[in-house]
Design a protein around this ligand. Structure first.
Ligand code: UD1
Length: 397
C-alpha cells in the first residue's frame, strides 16, 4: 500500500510525529513482536506500507515549522507544497492544486490527514475526488460553532473520509449521529498524547533558553499562556479587555506568553501594550514549550492541543473559549472553559490550591499511533468488508 501522510500547520506536526514512528516500526520485525495490537491484527502476515510525507507549507516560519521537525525528530518531507499565507480560500486552493500534482505523480492508495486545519480540508477533498481513500486522524470532534474555520474543516473532512480515527468517545457519538457507518469509526486514543508522553522523557531544562532570570526563579509559580484564536485576537475591544485582565493577573504571578504570529500582528496593529509582567516570547519549539508549561502553576489557552496535553499531565488549564470540541478535557480532565470576565477569579482559585483535579481519558496511553497503523496494515491486506474485524480486534486489545 502507498500512503501519503499530510501535515501543514504547527498542531499537525505533533500529530504526525508518532504516526511516522509507528510506520517506521511497521517495517521492523522486532518491534512487531512487542506490539500486541499489531501481532493480533496481522495474523502472521506483513502488509507492506510504503509511506511518503507531505508538508503543505501552511506554516512556514522557522519557529512555526522547522523547529518542530527538529524537536520531534520528523524526517524531511518528501513533498513540500509551499502554500504559505493568504486568505482561507487562497491558502486552501494553493494546497489543493499542488497536492493534486503530487497525487497524480505518486498515485497513493491512501491519504492520511490529521487535525482540523486548512491543509486537512484541502488534502482530503483532493484525494477523495481522485478516487483515493482518505483516513482522518482526530475525527468526530465538534464544537458546534460554525464561526470557527476549524469546525468547517472538521465537518467537511469527516463527511468524505473513509476511515475515521477518533480520540475520545464524544467523537464516536458525533459521527454516529451524523450517520457515519460504525465500521468506519475507530476509537484509537490520541496521537497528540503519544507525542507528549514520548517527549516527556526527553525534555530537559537545557532545552529552555531562560531568556529572563525571573522566569527561572519562578519555576512552578508562573502562568503559561497561548492565545491565537481569531475570536480572541482579531477584535480590538476584545483583545484590549483580555490584555487588561491579564495585566491584573500578572501583578500576582508572572505570565509566560509565547506569541503566535497572528496575535503579534494584531497587538501591533491595535497598538496594545501588555503589562511588563507578561513575558512575551517568540513562538517556541515543542520541547522548550513543554518544559515551560509542565512547570507552570496553571495554563491559560485558547488552543485545542494544550487543553488535551494539560489534561494528560494533570496541569490545571483555563480555556478562554465559549465551547470546546474536546469535551472529555472538561468532563474528566483539568480543563475549564472561562469567559474573560471570570478569568481573574478562576486564576485566583487555582493559585489558592482549589484548581480542578482530573483523570486521564481512556486510551490516552501513548499507543494511539500503533493502533492506527495496525488498522491501516489490516486494511492494506484485507478487503473492505473486513473493517469490522479490525475494530473488534482493537476493542479487545
Ligand atoms: C492555524 C489553524 C489553527 C491552529 C493554528 C496553530 C486553520 C484554519 N487554522 O491557524 O487551527 O490552531 O494554525 O498555529 O488552519 N503566519 C506566520 N508564520 C507562519 C504561519 C503563519 O507569520 O509560519 C501568520 C500568517 O501570515 C497569518 C497568521 O500567522 O497572518 C495566521 O496563520 P494561518 O496559518 O492562516 O492560521 P493560524 O491562525 O495560524
Amino acid at each position: 500500500m502507498k500512503l501519503l501522510l499530510v501535515a501543514g500547520a504547527r498542531p499537525n506536526f505533533m500529530k504526525i510525529a508518532p504516526i511516522v514512528r509507528a510506520l517506521k516500526a511497521q517495517s521492523d520485525p522486532q518491534i512487531t513482536q512487542t506490539c500486541p495490537q499489531r501481532s493480533r491484527l496481522r495474523g502472521g502476515r506483513v502488509a507492506q506500507i510504503e509511506y511518503k510525507l507531505v508538508h503543505t507549507g501552511q506554516h512556514y516560519d522557522y519557529e512555526m515549522s522547522q523547529a518542530f521537525f527538529d524537536d520531534l525528530e520528523i524526517p524531511r518531507p518528501d513533498f513540500f507544497l509551499g502554500a504559505g499565507s493568504g486568505s482561507h480560500a487562497e491558502q486552501t486552493a494553493k494546497i489543493m492544486v499542488n497536492l493534486e500534482k503530487v497525487c497524480e505523480e505518486h498515485r497513493p492508495d491512501l491519504v492520511v490527514v490529521v487535525g482540523n486545519v486548512n491543509s486537512t480540508l484541502a488534502c482530503s477533498i483532493v484525494a477523495k475526488k481522485m478516487g483515493i481513500k482518505v483516513a482522518h486522524v482526530e475525527a468526530g470532534l465538534r464544537s458546534f460553532d460554525l464561526s470557527m474555520p476549524e469546525e468547517i474543516n472538521r465537518i467537511v473532512t469527516d463527511s468524505i473520509s473513509d476511515y475515521l480515527f477518533v480520540t475520545e468517545k464524544s467523537g464516536v457519538a458525533n459521527l454516529k449521529k451524523e450517520g457515519k457507518p460504525e465500521a468506519r469509526i475507530f476509537f484509537d486514543g490520541n496521537v497528540m498524547i503519544d507525542n507528549l508522553l514520548y517527549n516527556l522523557d526527553r525534555v530537559k531544562a537545557n532545552h529552555v533558553q531562560f531568556r529572563r532570570r525571573e522566569l527561572k526563579e519562578n519555576i512552578g509559580k508562573y502562568l503559561f499562556m497561548t492565545l491565537h484564536r481569531p475570536s480572541n485576537v482579531n477584535n480590538k475591544e476584545t483583545l484590549e479587555r483580555i490584555a487588561g485582565v491579564l495585566g491584573g493577573i500578572a501583578g500576582e504571578a508572572p505570565i509566560i506568553f509565547p506569541v503566535h504570529p497572528r496575535t503579534s500582528k494584531m497587538l501591533d496593529q491595535f497598538g496594545i501594550e501588555l503589562s511588563k509582567n507578561i513575558y512575551q516570547l517568540p513562538p517556541l519549539g515543542f520541547l522548550e514549550s513543554l518544559y515551560l508549561w509542565k512547570h507552570a502553576a496553571l495554563v491559560i489557552t485558547d488552543s485545542g492541543g494544550l487543553q488535551e496535553e494539560t489534561t494528560a499531565l494533570g496541569i490545571p488549564c483555563l480555556t478562554l473559549r465559549e465551547n470546546t470540541e474536546r469535551p472529555v478535557t472538561v468532563v474528566e480532565g483539568t480543563n475549564k472553559l472561562v469567559k474573560i470576565e471570570e478569568l481573574a477569579k478562576e486564576v485566583a482559585e487555582v493559585l489558592a490550591g482549589r484548581g480542578k483535579r482530573g483523570k486521564v481519558p481512556e486510551l490516552w496511553d501513548g499507543r494511539a499511533a500503533e493502533r492506527i497503523v495496525a488498522v491501516i496494515e489490516h486494511l492494506a491486506q484485507r478487503s473492505q468488508g473486513e473493517y469490522g474485524q479490525a475494530q473488534s480486534n482493537l476493542a479487545h486489545s
